[in-house]
Design a protein around this ligand. Structure first.
Ligand SMILES: [Zn+2]
Length: 207
């Protein structure tokens, strides 16, 4: 999930909550406005330390307040509307997916596209998936036995265990517990409000 904010406020990221205030996923502001306009969702905004819900009409009114001048707006011929950071679905009660699907792409996302042996980052074409304990020696295809490896390190290791090849893992692989791409976005102060909801999701995930 890339932060394309600088290009257009409509590409900003918006955290989508279900009706129980549980984080579901990140959507674009463009999509968020669609949900709002159809009255499927409300904006969640912090006001004097409290979270409040705003239906679209009220959000447009709220956008007229001067307290938000540093924030992002979209402009129509007659209005300026604040880009929301969090919206909450009014009906939909789907729960977030608790587990990551085990596949090649998610292994690489977990490992941050970084070879887990030499520590270098590569583009997709130079990355492979390595079984730490080779399959030929009973290694499983699971989160704890596969890592992202560059082609060079993978070739060097061959059918051996890392210690036999004199190679070390930069970290012990685990099943991902949390959305790493979301964590990266959290660094951006403009999404600081998300933390309040994501704390909730990570507690849930660890239980
Ligand atoms: Zn490598």
């Amino acid at each position: 999930m890339e932060d394309k904010t600088n290009l257009n406020p409509l590409n900003s990221n918006v955290l989508l909550l279900n009706k129980y205030y549980i984080a579901l996923r990140v959507i674009s502001a463009r999509r968020a406005f669609l949900f709002l306009a159809k009255d499927y969702a409300e904006v969640i905004n912090k006001n004097n330390g409290r979270f409040e819900g705003y239906r679209f009409y009220h959000w447009i009114k709220e956008s007229g307040n001067d307290g938000y001048l540093d924030d992002e707006y979209i402009h129509t011929p007659t209005l300026r509307i604040l880009v929301p950071r969090v919206i909450r679905l009014l009906e939909y009660d789907k729960m977030p997916r608790r587990e990551w699907k085990f596949n090649r792409k998610n292994i690489m996302i977990r490992d941050n596209y970084q070879c887990q042996y030499c520590g270098k980052k590569y583009s997709l074409g130079f990355l492979t998936i390595d079984h730490i304990i080779p399959r030929s020696r009973g290694g499983t295809t699971s989160w704890v036995n596969v890592v992202t490896s560059c082609t060079k390190c993978n070739t060097k290791k061959g059918g051996r265990l890392p210690q036999e090849a004199g190679m070390n893992l930069i970290k012990k692989p685990q099943a991902p517990k949390f959305d790493h791409s979301l964590m990266r976005l959290l660094i951006n102060p403009k999404y600081s409000i998300w933390k309040e909801f994501i704390k909730d999701i990570s507690t849930k995930l660890s239980t």
